[in-house]
Design a protein around this ligand. Sequence first.
Ligand code: GTP
Length: 333
Amino acid sequence: MFAIVLVGGFGTRLRPLTEHVPKQMLPICGIPMIELVVGHLADHGVEKVGLAMGYRPDAFLEAYPNGYIAETPYEVAVESEPLGTAGAIRFAVEQFQPKETFLVLNGDVLTDLDVRALVEFHHEVQAEVTIALQPVDDPSSFGVVTTDTRGRVEAFIEKPEKGSVPSHNINAGTYVLEPSAVEQIPQGRPVSVERETFPELAASGTLYALPSATYWLDTGTPQQFIQANLDMLNGKRKQVPHLPEAVIDPTSLITQSVIGSGSEVGVGAIIDKSVVLDRCQIGANSEVLGSILSEDVRVGQGARLDGCVIGQGQHIEPGEILINQTRPELNPT
Ligand code: GTP
């Protein structure tokens, strides 16, 4: 089976981490997110993927120059300007020309979804498009879906107001499509699958959806990115963390955190619920709490970071206290 993975977004909510790489190239416990996404598809019978790219396509091509990601062959479709999620699907389909049922995925979702079961359901009900659904506590920042008893979508409402949420099942970002469904997506302008295509298909009665309560995480915000790392660290995923050596002083206290390769943690430093990427230096007696440090960040002695996202190459002065702040990259590339 063929799968198109959408990886062309700017990842604005994860800035400054995404100032120099696309979101899907950020590491989860040392493994680039795209490898986790493609590896999961390969485990479920996907033989080839097409990456629908826009922002920083070079990052993928440089990391995987031999045409394989997670031992799976890949091709690319590169938009000259962002076409939105549906526009990107249409653009990629024109290039890849799938002749049979295929998959489309948001490239920033980590899940253990049974993709084969979703495809089987899609064929059983003879849908044109089938969406995987996920139950969540607060659906207000997602596309909320209601279905009839056979799974036919009655309503698809993107980001409903809190209090007017008709269901707790949300669009989980994995879709099964027939090639014919793509012809209905307008060409040559940005189109959102969530705001235009799915509501239209729902109105025409050809959109189906299947809920499943499995591991599922949208990694789009700093809190979710930390969560993705901690879930792998805590063994909630089948993949094993890939964290080469960091130099950690035995008097430091590191809890629920991921420390990247080549990073150094000084005497008495405290790190909790944080992700520290490669080659960072965490000074003596400093505190890093609920924060993300991009590569090559230096935290001065006695500094304190709480709820911060710090861009590549930044220096935090000794004794500096930063709460809920972001700092851009020091030397943007
Ligand atoms: P934010 O800017 O933080 O909202 O992130 P995003 O736009 O990168 O991601 P969002 O969650 O909104 O999009 C879902 C998926 O679609 C992600 O995997 C994005 O990379 C991808 N995506 C979003 N817009 C486009 C686009 O115009 N073209 C392509 N090819 N992919 C897109």
